[in-house]
Design a binder for this molecule. Structure first.
Ligand code: SF4
Length: 252
């Protein structure tokens, strides 16, 4: 598999769990706020085999187990479906829970993982209202994004069908995704279809894809609270905000 990196013990990627986070390389989107832009090319990262991941789990599980879970992230991990399956199955053999972090555009790759019962939670990026033009703009796609929108909607449906928890997420970035109407419209399309909705503060400290965006300040915590209120007004339950300074906060 093409591996972008590993974080051994994260407490922020799956709230309430200590997770090993596997970042797979390669992505089919080009979101201007992407912080992992060096991982976007399909030939980025390094080639490793499953024994490498096994060793990293073992190091963190003995002599005292430190992990509850594994988070499979990227990039877009479903571009390497066999690798995701192998890593999730390996995690299961250590008794770990599994979260898949995906942009939702590849439901055909997600379904076998859900039907096999090897994923406990899906963290699904819902980048924009489920409208082709808007989605294409925020995901940095050229051409019609209709099939991507259908893919995200289908991924939501699959999670419901297989009874897998969904954490929907939107990154709030200035000039891209930071208005009440924008967040309210996303909220309307996911209401009743996710267990929680996280608004993540754009962070300009990493390898941000858009130089224009990198030069802008992240939205304030107060702005995120306002936007969370817009989502709550649409009936979404368990709305949280995630900021660099305070971390995760439940707003309603
Ligand atoms: S933020 Fe966008 S471009 Fe970056 S890894 Fe996620 S889906 Fe891909």
């Amino acid at each position: 598999m093409r591996l972008g990196g590993i974080v051994d013990t994260s407490t922020v990627d799956w709230y309430g769990n200590v997770s090993l986070v596997v970042f797979m390389a390669g992505c089919n989107f080009r979101c201007p706020y992407c912080q992992n832009s060096t991982l976007l090319p399909f030939d980025s990262g390094e080639e490793v085999d499953l024994s490498y991941i096994r060793r990293r789990i073992e190091v963190n599980m003995s002599p005292v187990p430190q992990l509850d879970a594994i988070v499979i992230s990227g990039g877009e991990p479903t571009l390497q479906p066999e690798a995701v399956k192998e890593v999730a199955t390996l995690a299961r053999s250590f008794g770990l829970k599994v979260m898949l972090d995906t942009n939702g555009s590849r439901p055909d790759a997600v379904e076998p993982l859900l039907s096999a019962g090897i994923v406990d939670r899906v963290a699904l990026d819902v980048k924009a209202p489920l409208i082709s033009d808007e989605y294409g703009r925020v995901a940095g796609l050229s051409g019609d994004a209709g099939s991507v929108v259908e893919g995200v909607a289908r991924t939501l449906d699959l999670c419901e069908r297989y009874g897998v928890e969904v954490e929907a997420r939107t990154t709030v970035a200035p000039t891209v995704s930071d208005t009440k109407a924008f967040i309210g419209s996303i909220a309307k399309s996911i209401e009743g279809r996710c267990d929680s909705y996280y608004l993540q503060q754009f962070d300009n400290t990493g390898e941000v894809l858009s130089p224009e965006l990198k030069a802008l300040k992240p939205p304030s915590r107060e702005k995120l609270v306002e936007l969370a209120a817009s989502a709550l007004r649409e009936g979404v339950r368990e709305v949280c905000i995630k900021t660099r300074k305070v971390g995760l906060e439940r707003i309603g």
